[in-house]
Structures are given as C-alpha cells and as structure tokens.
Design a protein around this ligand. Structure first.
Ligand SMILES: Cc1cc2nc3c(=O)[nH]c(=O)nc-3n(C[C@H](O)[C@H](O)[C@H](O)COP(=O)(O)OP(=O)(O)OC[C@H]3O[C@@H](n4cnc5c(N)ncnc54)[C@H](O)[C@@H]3O)c2cc1C
Length: 501
C-alpha cells in the first residue's frame, strides 16, 4: 500500500438504519466508489425508526442527482408526489392563509429584487399578493403540476419543486441502492463501544456477539445519539425556549382522489398540523407543546381535522428541539436526529442529514483527523442549524393568535438575537440581512414575513429610479400570464400518471 493510501480512511461504520443512516451510507458509497473503502450499516432490529419525515425541499432532488438516481424511478417506487411549496393556514389569524413558494417570485428589475418594486406598489394601493408572481404557487393553487424544463421559454419554467415521500419506502430504496454499491448491512443492536486512550471510538460490540472496528463512525441512532452522547459525551443545546413544541401525534389516512402538489401546515390551538399527500396515503401529524396539551387531547384535535379514513394506528413521538455542541468530534460524526432537530415546520430534517454528509465529503479527513477540517465542518453545520431555527421561529413569533396559552406565550417568549436584528432591519425598509449560507432564499423570507403580516415601514428609495408605471403594467401582465399558463398545465394526478405509467 502506498504511503498516501495508508493514511486514507478505509473503513466506515454507520450506526442506524433510519432515513439519516441510509442517506449517509448512500452518499458515502457514491463519494468513495473509486476508493477501497468498506462501509457497513448497523441497524437495530428492535428500535424502530421515527418513520415520519415525508415532506422534503428542492435540495432533495439534488441528492437524487448526486446519487445518480432517476427521479422517475424514485417517484414510482416510493409513492412520491410533487411539492411546490407549503400552504400555511390560520397562522397569522384564524381564517387567514398564505403560501411559502419554492423557487423565484418575480425577477430583478433594474438590478433590484422584485420584492422591493412590489412593495412600492403596495404603498400605492395595488391589490396584488407577492406570491401572485410565483410560478410554483400559480400551479399549486389549482392543483396543477409541470416539471420545469430547463430550455423552455415558458413562464412556468422558473417553478421549482420537491417531493413528498413515503419514509419507509425511501429508506428501503436507499438501502437497495447501498447494497448495489457493496455496503454491508448488519442487523444487530450496538450494546457497547470502547474508546482509545485518545478518546477515539475504536470498537462496537453487537448483540449478535460480533464486534466491529472502523476508522470513522457515523452516528445515525436518532435521538438516542448513542455514540455522540453516551460515549463521547457531547452536550445537546436545548432550544425549547425558542421552539416549545416537543411532541407529535401522527396517523395515516386514505388519500383523497385529488392530490395537492403542496404540504399543508395548519395552525391549531397548541401547535400545528401537517397534511402530506402521497400516492398511496396521506400523512397527518399534530405537532404541539406538551406544556399545554397531552397526547389524547392532541389526537382528538387531529382527528377532528382529518379528511380521509384512518388507515394506521396513531403514534406519539417525542422530540427535543436543539443541536449538538459539536456535530463532529474525534472520529465520530452525528447525522440526523442524533445531531439535532428543528421541528418539521419547514421540512428540513432530511435536508440537514444530507447537508451533514455532503459537508463531510467536502471536508473528508485523512486518518489523522485534521482538526482544521473538523472545525470547519462544525462551523458550517452550526450556521445551517441557526439559520433554519430563525426562519422557523419567525413563523410563530409574528402570529396575532391569542386564542390559547400556547399562542399567547409567543408575546413573552425570547427570540434569537440574530432573528430580532433581521426583523428590525426588515421592518425598516424590506432589506434582508441574511447569512449567505442561510438555506432559505430571500424570496422564502419575504413570502413568510409578508404572509405573517410584517410589512416594512418604507420601501427602498432606489426603486424610485425605475419607471413605476411601466413596472406596474408588466406586473399586471406577468401575473395574468402566469395564471393562464398554469391553467394549461396538467393536473398533478395526470402528471403523476403519465410519469409512472
Ligand atoms: C414529528 C416529526 C416529523 C418530521 N417531519 C419531517 C418532514 O416532513 N421532513 C423532513 O425532512 N424531516 C422530518 N422529520 C425529521 C426526519 O424524520 C428525520 O430527520 C429522519 O427521519 C432521520 O431520522 P434518523 O434516521 O436520524 O433517526 P431514526 O429514524 O430514529 O433512526 C434511528 C436508527 O438508529 C437505530 N438505532 C438506534 N439505537 C441503536 C443501537 N443501539 N444499535 C443499532 N441501531 C440503533 C434504529 O434502529 C434506527 O434504525 C420529522 C421528525 C419528526 C420527529
């Protein structure tokens, strides 16, 4: 073996066979396919996966591209449907709804983002909504779908989409992918681990009697955080002061004939509920704070809002919102729920697992575990978590709802300083001071802040150098053209039928 290869990581163990475990193994298998690197997934036959995580964001398609997985094949085998954004119902007030679109909303005019021109039009009394200029929402509102064609000159080609996925089928799909790439799959509980004198994980002891060693360990054991917590003793930073929801009741129902191409998030008395449409069923869950409501109450409230007949046992899940103080320590990287969790309002759990692994691939160490790479990895992951946290808190803290202790608590609740500064600046003139690494685009922030009723006090003066009447005219024509083009697109069901045959 050459000197160079001797210092390479040759053996990786992923502990956990949930979505994070299989995403991790798939990314590792793909990124090391030309290297002699052994990858093993150890999955407990006794500890179930969380089995939720069914609404994704557009980066999920980047994952499929990275893995060279055909989208058509994936959609077919996982009962997936398309998602153009999220419809938020009753968040600002009861009987009010708004959209968080994927993709662009309008385009820059004279070098200034569309939002600022649109904002000026609101000061002049124009009736249009910000999302009237979103191709994705033009389609979503009338249950239509069209995959944007790169070379098309259609006005809808700027739409962007993600998928709703069956989590069990997705894990199975990725498991099969990994097996084709020679990933070893071991069904056993990890019952103990030993550390080297330097604090590196050395060996795992399995319930089967086998013991396994590796250079690198990926902890995907869910909220247990078996390696990162029990053996490496890395603290969990609790964010329940910012985001108090800590439980969810979930149940599957029959899917109605019409499949919406969006996730619906409806605010309820003590939290909110999701509706995620799949081809074989719908996923429903009520995310709430156990401080204000118990599982029985939550289930009764959820049942009152279901559209179809229940087809699964109801389950209660506990979670704690927060993140690890470090995600990567020594030779162990915590990915998925073991690294942290932000409640599922913006469907970011799967994204974070994928981002964790791609970040690892970018900062892949030699067997010397260069601290500079570990530090950079952790720096990036902290920014990811912090930015997503701020975006989620913004959905709650701007609400006008006062109908329960849960909603009233937001008036006194502390919000992160980074969010407070962002909201203050935005309130002045609509500018967004975002970390360039923030997952959510300016359009996402503008759509949610406008949806939550936060309108800046002034518009940016530099939009006054553009020809206002020409802009108003093109805005009117643009939103009509979007609506008309959307009507020509196939229904979501028709599109799915044609795709899967
Ligand atoms: C209520 C809720 C709703 C969510 N909704 C969304 C959503 O819409 N979109 C989204 O992107 N994300 C969502 N998420 C997050 C998403 O579900 C998770 O990010 C994703 O499922 C990854 O989970 P995981 O693999 O880390 O953990 P788990 O699914 O808990 O898997 C843990 C794995 O570790 C194994 N394991 C545990 N201990 C041992 C041991 N000692 N030995 C061997 N194996 C062990 C278990 O058997 C299991 O295979 C949601 C999460 C919750 C809680």
């Amino acid at each position: 073996m050459s000197e160079l290869n001797k210092n390479r990581i040759q053996n990786i163990i992923v502990v956990g066979g949930g979505t994070a475990g299989w995403i991790s193994a798939a990314i590792l298998a793909r990124s090391t396919e030309h290297l002699a690197c052994a990858i093993t997934v150890v999955e407990s036959p006794n500890i179930p996966t969380v089995g939720v995580g069914e609404s994704t964001i557009p980066t999920f398609l980047d994952l499929l591209d990275y893995l060279k997985i055909s989208k058509q094949d994936f959609v077919k085998k996982t009962d997936a449907t398309f998602k153009l954004g999220i419809k938020f119902v009753d968040w600002l007030d009861e009987k009010h709804s708004y959209w968080h679109p994927f993709g662009s909303v309008g385009s820059k005019i004279d070098g200034v983002p569309f939002y600022h021109h649109w904002l000026k039009s609101k000061f002049h009394g124009c009736p249009s909504e910000f999302v009237d200029f979103s191709p994705s929402i033009a389609l979503a509102k009338i249950n239509r779908f069209l995959a944007p064609a790169r070379k098309s000159d259609s006005i809808l080609s700027e739409s962007t989409y993600a998928l709703h996925i069956d989590s069990a089928k997705t894990a199975k799909y990725l498991e099969n992918y990994c097996k084709k790439k020679r990933v070893r799959h071991v069904y056993a509980d990890v019952i103990d681990a030993t550390l080297s004198p330097g604090g590196m994980i050395e060996r795992l002891f399995l319930s089967s009697g086998e013991h396994l060693s590796a250079d690198l360990f990926i902890d995907c054991t869910g909220q247990a955080g078996l390696l990162i917590d029990k053996y490496l003793r890395v603290k969990y930073i609790d964010w329940s002061n910012y985001l108090p929801a800590d439980q969810a009741v979930v149940v599957h129902t029959e899917q109605a004939a019409e499949i919406p191409p969006y996730t619906q998030a409806t605010a309820l008395e003590h939290g909110w509920m999701w509706k995620i449409p799949l081809r074989n069923r719908a996923g429903n869950g009520y995310v709430y704070s156990s401080q204000y409501c118990d599982a029985d109450q939550a289930l009764t409230a959820l049942r009152g809002k279901l559209d179809g007949a229940e087809i699964s046992e109801a389950r209660t899940l506990n979670f704690s919102t927060g993140k690890r103080k470090s995600f990567w320590v020594k030779n162990c990287v915590a990915v998925g729920l073991s690294g942290g969790f932000l409640e599922p309002l913006e469907s970011t759990g799967i994204y974070l697992a994928m981002r964790s692994m791609l970040n690892l691939v970018e900062n892949f160490p030699s067997a010397f575990y260069e601290q500079s790479l570990i530090d950079e990895y952790n720096r990036v992951m902290h920014i990811e978590y912090d930015c997503i946290r701020d975006f989620i808190v913004a959905h709650y803290c701007l609400s006008n709802r006062q109908d329960s202790e849960f909603w009233r608590s937001w008036k006194e609740r502390e919000i992160p300083e980074s969010l407070r500064i962002k909201l203050d600046i935005f309130s002045a003139n609509g500018q967004l001071y975002k970390n360039p690494m923030d997952l959510f685009s300016e359009e996402s922030w503008w759509a949610v802040l406008e949806g939550m009723g936060l309108r800046p006090r002034h518009y940016l003066p530099n939009v006054d150098s553009s020809d206002y009447y020409k802009i108003i005219d093109s805005m009117k024509r643009g939103s009509i053209a979007l609506k008309e083009s959307a009507k020509m697109a196939p229904t979501h069901e028709a599109f799915l039928q044609k795709l899967i045959g």
